[in-house]
Design a protein around this ligand. Sequence first.
Ligand SMILES: Nc1ncnc2c1ncn2[C@@H]1O[C@H](COP(=O)(O)OP(=O)(O)OP(=O)(O)O)[C@@H](O)[C@H]1O
Ligand SMILES: [Mg+2]
Length: 161
Amino acid sequence: MSLVITKTPEETLVLGENLGKCLEAGDIVLLFGDLGAGKTTLTQGICRGLGLPEGEYIRSPTFTLINEYQGTLPIYHIDLYRLESLEEMETLGLEEVLFGQGVAIVEWSEKLFPIDQKKDPLFRIDERIEVRITYMDECQRSFSVQPTHMAARSFPEFSLQ
Ligand SMILES: Nc1ncnc2c1ncn2[C@@H]1O[C@H](COP(=O)(O)OP(=O)(O)OP(=O)(O)O)[C@@H](O)[C@H]1O
Ligand SMILES: [Mg+2]
């Protein structure tokens, strides 16, 4: 597990970029954290790490629910904020993008644990990278990056370097 504190949005982009460089086809990144925590900012960094051209506009897919970008791999940026039930998530075709050949990045992953955050997530998601973001103050955010059930892969200690 890596714990990183960023002091600016740019530092969060760098952290995301370092994480993005380690991702492979089929990876699932689950983001947890409140409104304005920095989920989309981190996603922008991950996209940078996956070779998306700088300046490509990435924002929370709150209304579109899933945005797709083409980096070195397909990137599915998912926002579960507005979804209330398993049925809605199924209708959205979430399983297809989660278990497809791209990288899936999920904002509001709390919704994948409707009963108990300590239980297994919906859709039998097993291998994943969990990122928990905590708002410390206006400019500082803490990120815990935890590869989960990914024992077959080795990840570096994530940092701003
Ligand atoms: N260290 C930091 N890291 C990331 N964002 C920061 C930081 N400091 C300040 N900010 C600001 O906090 C905001 C983070 O917004 P962002 O859209 O990334 O959050 P979010 O978690 O996706 O929110 P939402 O739940 O609304 O989608 C931005 O306005 C950003 O400029
Ligand atoms: Mg967002």
